[in-house]
Design a protein. Structure first.
Length: 507
């Protein structure tokens, strides 16, 4: 790595820690503003640092900045070289964020914002901050700009970071206004939600107001704020919730070994992401999510983007996102893997993990609510919705036009719905499985068990119909329903219109 340079061209010392885990990082030489005049009338002070990161750099590189007293605003901008590379070779991509004087310790209190590669500049002051960043006083001490070399070209990654300090009265930080934990709702009912959404607070293009409007237009009852590696949007929904829309707060924890939705955490919760699977830290942060009242939901586990494929396993998952946005072969693989986990659960009598679907909408033409998870809950509240998702009392639909009713009955008038267990007298006791569908014209219904797909029926052209099938617990340890569109590629299944969590059958 080349030595960093100050604004005056003087080489700056560098120190680093390059050992065998991704949780470690390289620390560059400190940027000093020791010669800066202070006071309300002091002029702005700017320093620029340049350097080059080589291939094999740690996941995170910290640039310490000594911030003197009297600073009302810190502003940072950066650029980096995007050297052309041959096809199949990784080019340069550099993320950015910042930690304040409280330090960069994993899970610590120093986090002040992250924009990944979505922005080339940001600012923080007491009363306001760039979306993705946390407003608050710019206190004296050592701040750290966090650089994340996502990918590095063979020639290296040249970068330039400019830090500007502005002096003057610090102002006051408004108390954040967070969404309420309960909306009016309809009592015990099926509620529709989309728990994976991005706004201008990370790499999305929609404002929170635009997301709220799109959610209502899609017929949703709840959404979850899930920005990449920041909680800055938690306080951005003031005036956007209502009796008809519950806003949950969370984060898409975006590690280098996969992404996970922290769903429905306490507002203001920061979940760290600076680790890989080999660091054995994920379990710690999964427990932190649950302590904050949230769910741990691996997102798009078979996505092919760099760093997106899920490598932490599903032992800590409360649910798994098997359908992400418009249905693709990646979702088909995630669905098959989830079904395999159901088979393993019934054969080993271990807990099962529920499926859910979300849009991951970032910008037009991404559709908010494609797909949506429909949850049976006692009320429209954070506690009731997350409990319904965790228990698997839910199904996934491509839109609010699609509704399902699914369950099994048998024995002495017993009945079980989605996510429940039907216990009858004996493995050979007849069980009737029933699916009611509306809003799925041209689709077929499939009943999938631990033995595979055992029953298929064509729905009426109207898309509204009822399908029944008789089985026994010895023949099917569970049954779940899929509603699919006609196949468009010979030999491949049609895209999903809807999917249920299973009903378990026990004799």
């Amino acid at each position: 790595m080349s030595a960093s340079q100050s604004a005056h061209g003087r080489p700056m010392a560098r120190r680093g820690l390059l050992v065998g885990t991704a949780a470690t990082a390289l620390t560059l030489g400190t940027v000093s503003f020791a010669d800066a005049a202070t006071g309300d009338d002091a002029p702005d002070r700017t320093r620029t640092v340049r350097g080059t990161l080589p291939t094999g750099s740690p996941d995170y590189v910290y640039l310490p900045v000594e911030v003197p007293r009297g600073v009302r605003e810190i502003a940072v901008s950066y650029t980096y070289g995007k050297t052309p590379v041959p096809a199949g070779t990784q080019g340069n991509a550099l993320d950015i964020g910042i930690f304040d004087e409280r330090g960069t310790e994993l899970g610590g209190r120093g986090f002040r914002g992250w924009s990944g590669g979505a922005r080339s500049s940001f600012f923080i002051r007491a009363d306001e901050a760039t979306p993705g960043y946390i407003a608050g006083p710019v206190r004296a001490g050592t701040w750290n700009i966090a650089l994340g070399p996502y990918t590095v070209a063979p020639e290296g990654l040249p970068y330039e970071v400019t830090i500007t300090l502005r002096f003057g009265p610090t102002g006051s930080t408004p108390k954040p206004v967070y969404p309420p934990e309960r909306a009016k709702g309809r009592g015990r009912a099926w509620y529709r939600g989309d728990c994976h959404l991005h706004s201008v607070h990370s790499d999305g293009k929609r404002t929170p107001a635009e997301i709220a409007a799109a959610a209502r237009a899609a017929g949703l009852d709840f959404i979850n704020s899930s920005e990449h590696n920041t909680y800055s949007a938690h306080s951005a929904w003031d005036g956007l919730w209502g009796d008809d829309l519950l806003v949950l707060t969370g984060e898409e924890v975006t590690t280098r070994n996969g992404h996970v939705i922290a769903l429905g955490t306490d507002p203001g919760t920061f979940v760290d992401w600076r680790y890989r699977a080999r660091d054995n830290r994920f379990g710690h942060y999964a427990k932190a999510v649950r302590r904050a009242g949230g769910l741990v939901v691996p997102a798009h586990p078979h996505a092919t983007c760099i760093g997106c494929h899920w490598k932490f396993g599903f032992g800590e998952a409360d649910a798994v996102e098997v359908w992400n946005g418009a249905y693709t072969p990646e979702d088909e693989i995630a669905l098959a893997e989830w079904d395999n986990s159901l088979v393993a659960a019934v054969r080993t009598s271990k807990p099962w993990v529920a499926a859910m679907g979300n849009s991951d909408a970032h910008r037009e033409p991404d559709k908010v609510g494609l797909p949506q998870t429909v949850v049976l809950a006692d009320e429209l509240s954070r506690e009731a919705i997350t409990a319904g998702i965790r228990a698997g009392h839910s199904y996934i639909a491509e839109s609010s036009a699609v509704t399902l009713s699914f369950g099994a009955s048998g024995g002495r008038g017993l009945h079980a719905g989605i996510g429940e267990r039907l216990r009858v007298d004996g493995d050979d006791t007849p069980v009737t499985v029933r699916l009611e569908v509306t809003g799925a014209p041209g689709c077929t219904a499939h009943f999938v068990t631990d033995q595979g797909t055992l029953f298929t029926a064509t729905l009426p052209e109207s898309g509204t119909g009822t399908v029944q099938w008789r089985t026994t617990p010895v023949y099917a340890a569970y049954v779940r329903a899929e509603v699919r569109h006609p196949a468009t590629v010979p030999g491949l299944p049609g895209a999903l219109a809807a999917l249920t969590n299973p009903v378990f059958l026990e004799g």
